[in-house]
Design a protein around this ligand. Sequence first.
Ligand code: CNA
Length: 278
Amino acid sequence: VDENTPTQVLEARNIDAVAKYIQEKNVRHIVVMVGAGISTSAGIPDFRSPGTGIYDNLAHLDLPDAEDVFDIGFFRNNPRPFYALARELYPGKFRPTVAHCFIKLLHDKGRLLKHFTQNIDCLERQAGLPGEMIIEAHGSFASQHCIDCKAQFPDELIKKAVQTGEVPRCLECKGFVKPDIVFFGEALPEEFFLNRHLPEDADLCIVMGTSLSVQPFASLPGFCKDGVPRVLINMERVGGMGSRPDDVLLLGDCDAGVRKFAKALGWLEELEALWEKT
Ligand code: CNA
């Protein structure tokens, strides 16, 4: 597929044609799939951006491999690097971005079927998107358990531990406590598997701020039916997006991309007002 390949559904392979499609076909089953790139402008680093990503900035933790910080086997032996990083990433001190507000706006307009996120920062909830619209595929910092006896651990105590940089210990068995974010080597939440078929019902797919390099999440856009337009808003082209005749690529910053999208839909003022309020 290149710019000369004819489109099947859209008038042209650009965001104005997608906006027209949404309005003329009364699109109401949009599936959104996101990653860390929608939160970088909030001040939370992503994993893989060269220079600014977490993996390029872990030298002070002295890890054999950067991914070890999120590896369950490594955590069992040494949870300290994770807790050093958790201090920087812990929710509560960040404000949702324009991209988060755009997803909320899609919901307010009755056009969102489901929002799939790999993020653990809870910023979509903070932007006002209801919990039942969100599939947190990699869990979140919203709860935590002992990795040995699985007992729950109180929110106040983990917050305190994260602030002081201590590793929280289970009140029952003294095992290490870990937030319920999915580490490498752990299963995704059941909720993900119960909902992963939903892209098959979508009439539009929007992928934003993700390198689409972590499975099984990365396979979600492929579940959209042929003839369903897919939009990628990302710094770089990823995961085979652009390989179908109705794929539209908005390469660049997410916030700039959603502003362009909202403008094409005639929603830009509403989007800015929503963002002002967050
Ligand atoms: P990633 O692999 O770091 O990829 C991020 C992608 O976003 C890359 O393709 C970047 O080019 C792109 N990007 C970065 N900033 C922007 C921007 N401002 N505008 C447009 N594109 C941008 O991150 P993924 O989410 O794909 O990887 C999955 C991991 C990262 C998940 O398991 C997450 O839990 C984990 N993570 C989450 C957070 C968070 O919750 N905010 C932060 C860091 C990592």
